[in-house]
Write a protein of this length. Sequence first.
Length: 256
Amino acid sequence: MCQLTSLAMVMNAMGLYIKTIGENMKKQVIFIFILLKSICLFCEENDYAFVKKAINQFWSTLPYGTNWTLSCSSVLKEKNKTSDFYDRDKAFDNNLETAWVEGVSGSGINEYIMEYVCTKDSENFNYQESIEKDGIQVFLSVNNGYCKSENLFLKNNRVKKAKIVFYDTPISVGQNSTKIKDEPIIIYENIIDFKDSIDKQNFSFIINARDDNIYSSPFIVMQLIILDVYPGTDYDNTCISEINVYGEYVSDSVSN
């Protein structure tokens, strides 16, 4: 993401500088000023473009979310294995013998995986109900590392620290299509630490959808970003075997 604050500071300084220089130099500086401003506006508009693209892809297949390739940053490809052997769906297949494995060079710092957050009954949330019931409690469980065996768990990297980000994107659900109605915004972010354990690890967060009286439903996406890892003994690939995430309205989760 662009450092918009830094760009803005540079542009303000250039604006003051323009007033003190000659005409020839002024033309060159004004050109650079316009270029920087264009870059700044482009970055601001596209900061969360990857979220919109992922959401559009989610609704483009049946069942929804099938082969949701845009919901992760990379996937490991290995010879003699199918192209989807380590893809993101392997982290959501209820099978500890499979895993999503990031595919960049190095240990996968800043690589990410995303998932759609709905209720335990696979129902979408509602803006009005989220406000009336004091927000949404999200439950996250993670089987960290390659959990097929203790041997593979130790040979590959495991996530040590991750950033959790929740995005809220208003949608309208029609009979034949679902459309994004506004830009994604971040409604919650936090840093979580993982134990170096093959056992399931549980987390919980309270999030609040935007206060929206125009649209009815938010499409809420959780992003898990790798910040640090426990190094594997043999391979510099970071793995997650299983992720399960769902939410409940806060007042409902308290009453349960």
